[in-house]
Design a protein. Structure first.
Length: 242
């Protein structure tokens, strides 16, 4: 799977979301929407009605990241509304298998978010239920935070875990859709100074907020981040061994 860029509208102008979405539509793959409830994280952003409105105007598929309590109750509605990807947090979900399956049944990709202090190994058995693992590279809740280098080893471990899964499936004769590729997304502090390290470690989907929407030319910034990540992936060589 090629490198994908998902600009976060958390750093965009909320009064001009339709215009802000259009600015990056030729340079990005997704539009990342952070939904925060001021309970799971100490911030309140936007919810389903704004996502529904944005879906009417955005050409890019919507990548919904739910940083909320009780995602089991609310997540399927975002998929039903038309989001292309819906991520719930492992730390908040009480019935993750059921919820992840409900997201996929509604037509969206399912994602599992993992906070910086949460081990990925605990959730290895859930990998067959997800299309993407989101590894937070800051503590969730606010944009513009400093990247946490401590997460880089976790990205490498997750990439190794996915490679081992593919090897097991190949040995068992599992192929095609049953052995779908699982993406690794990183979110938080992703910028020109950090994206290469994330790509080298094994990430392939990059959420960038301030680095894109804080730039004078957001589209150009997104393209430059993509080029950096692509070059770093080639250097790392992990893609060849996938």
């Amino acid at each position: 799977m090629a490198v994908q860029i998902s600009p976060s509208i958390l750093s965009a102008d909320f009064a001009r979301l339709a215009e802000e979405a259009k600015v990056v539509e030729e340079a990005a793959d997704w539009l990342h929407v952070d939904v925060m409830d001021n309970h799971f994280v100490p911030n309140l952003t936007l919810g389903l009605p704004v996502v529904q409105a944005l879906l009417k105007h955005a050409a890019l598929p919507i990548d919904c990241h739910l940083m909320i309590e009780d995602p089991d109750r609310h997540a399927p509605a975002y998929a039903e509304a038309g989001a292309g990807s819906v991520t719930i947090h492992a730390e908040a979900a009480k019935a993750p298998v059921r919820t992840l399956r409900a997201i996929r049944a509604a037509g969206a990709r399912s994602g599992l978010g993992i906070n910086p202090g949460t081990a990925i190994e605990v959730y290895e058995d859930l990998l067959d239920e997800v299309d993407m693992v989101l590894l937070m590279t800051v503590e969730p809740g606010f944009g513009g935070q400093r990247f946490l280098d401590m997460v880089l080893p976790k990205i490498r471990r997750t990439r190794a875990m996915l490679a081992a899964r593919s090897a097991r499936n190949a040995a068992a004769g599992v192929s095609g859709g049953q052995d779908r590729e699982i993406w690794i997304q990183v979110d938080g502090g992703v910028a020109t100074e950090t994206i290469e390290r994330c790509a080298e470690a094994g990430a392939d989907v990059f959420v960038a907020g301030s680095a894109v929407y804080g730039a004078q030319d957001p589209a150009r910034a997104a393209r430059e981040l993509r080029a950096q990540a692509e070059n770093a992936t080639v250097r790392a060589g992990w893609r060849a061994g996938h």
